[in-house]
Design a protein around this ligand. Structure first.
Ligand SMILES: Nc1ncnc2c1ncn2[C@@H]1O[C@H](COP(=O)(O)OP(=O)(O)OP(=O)(O)O)[C@@H](O)[C@H]1O
Ligand SMILES: [Mg+2]
Length: 241
């Protein structure tokens, strides 16, 4: 397929009529002024850099209604008491997913974890703080690993602990792909699949997060406590690492 055609196809998948209306409403409500351009195309969502009426940069994450894996989303939503009345229809599930990410970001900020500030959420569109400088998004940690992994180790594990203990939240998809390197500070992103700690999968998801981060940091040359000790640090009331 020619490149322009490909781009057009992506835009049509993202900006369907109902999404256009949603963006129009968000713009009327003063959240979005105009779009600058795409930052990323993911499995379920596209992220754009945009400006608000004050001229500040914002990140707009749009969950695609037609081409997202709503069956997989359902697995996480079904066990979440916050969304017990969501119907098992594609559109409703995608909307609930976006709202879930928004609420999880609110919880994360309240727990003082490092994450983008949530600004607004309507249907499948989430507006949040843009992490980056001068219209350039901060790179993911996979591409821009930290200069001081030891400092990141402490910061990230403190954040995982804060999420768990202050917000009762498990991120559930934590890895070097969902951490941005913002001027050598780690910022956790992509909270859509995050669940509360009483969700049936919460423990397994937390264990995966701990393993992913520990294995990645080990590859960067750090010597770390065992996975069990790290897990205990996160869920325990006290303890140091
Ligand atoms: N607030 C933000 N500020 C700057 N860049 C962001 C922000 N949020 C996301 N990004 C960029 O967009 C990319 C994709 O975002 P995110 O990880 O949230 O979604 P995703 O991985 O596409 O999700 P999914 O795979 O579930 O569709 C990130 O890797 C990052 O480069
Ligand atoms: Mg991601």
């Amino acid at each position: 397929m020619r490149k322009e055609k490909e781009i057009f196809k992506i835009y049509k998948e993202v900006f369907d009529l109902s999404t256009e209306k949603t963006i129009y409403k968000l713009s009327n409500d003063g959240y979005i002024d105009y779009f600058i351009g795409p930052i990323s195309t993911g499995k379920e969502a596209n992220v754009f850099l945009a400006k608000n009426p004050e001229g500040e940069s914002i990140a707009v994450k749009i969950y695609r209604i037609e081409t997202s894996n709503f069956k997989n989303m359902w697995k996480y939503i079904a066990g979440d008491e916050r969304f017990s009345n969501v119907k098992k229809r594609r559109r409703d599930i995608v909307f609930a997913w976006a709202r879930k990410e928004f609420k999880n970001l609110e919880l994360a900020k309240r727990a003082k974890a490092s994450a983008p500030e949530p600004i607004a959420c309507r249907n499948n569109v989430l507006v949040m703080e843009f992490i980056g400088t001068n219209n350039i998004p901060a790179p993911i940690a996979k591409i821009a690993p930290p200069k001081k992994p030891e400092t990141w180790f402490k910061k990230i594990f403190k954040d995982i602990k804060r999420l768990y203990q202050k917000a009762n939240l498990v991120h559930g998809d934590l890895s070097e792909y969902n951490i941005l390197n913002n001027k050598e500070k780690p910022v956790l992103i992509d909270f859509g699949q995050g669940v509360l700690f009483d969700h049936p999968n919460a423990n397994q998801m937390l264990m995966n997060d701990v393993k992913n981060i520990a294995n990645w940091l080990k590859k960067l040359g750090l010597k770390l406590p065992s996975i069990d000790e790290l897990f205990k640090f996160v869920v325990g009331k006290n303890g140091r690492i």
